[in-house]
Design a protein. Structure first.
Length: 113
């Protein structure tokens, strides 16, 4: 299984981005699938995730301005982030649990002031 994240880039504060993560090498995607991020010098942290049963969990820092969604047919999840802040700057990693943990390669999001 491979997870390919895309959609990162440089954006001004207040702007928006939509990240995508496409899974390959599997016929289905796991119920537990989401996004983590790691800023320079900091630990990796949860951003948003499907936890199974149709439930989602968001980090407090993003929950009012982010939406995680999925397209099971396309085996893809998305993260729409609005009102971006400088502190959102990080490498964003796609994650899936499907018998074991899988991580994507990360996509850089840089928010300038």
């Amino acid at each position: 299984v491979q997870l390919q994240a895309s959609g990162g880039g440089l954006v001004q504060a207040g702007g928006s981005l939509r990240l995508s993560c496409a899974a390959s090498g599997t016929d289905v995607i796991g119920n537990i699938m989401g996004w983590y991020r790691q800023a320079l010098g900091k630990q990796r942290e949860l951003v948003a995730i499907f936890t199974g049963g149709g439930h989602t969990n968001y980090a407090d820092s993003v929950k009012d301005r982010s939406t995680i969604s999925r397209d099971n047919e396309k085996k893809t999840i998305y993260l729409q982030m609005n009102s971006l802040k400088v502190e959102d700057t990080a490498v964003y990693y796609c994650y899936m649990y499907f018998g074991r943990s899988f991580w994507g390669q990360g996509t850089q999001v840089t928010v300038s002031s």
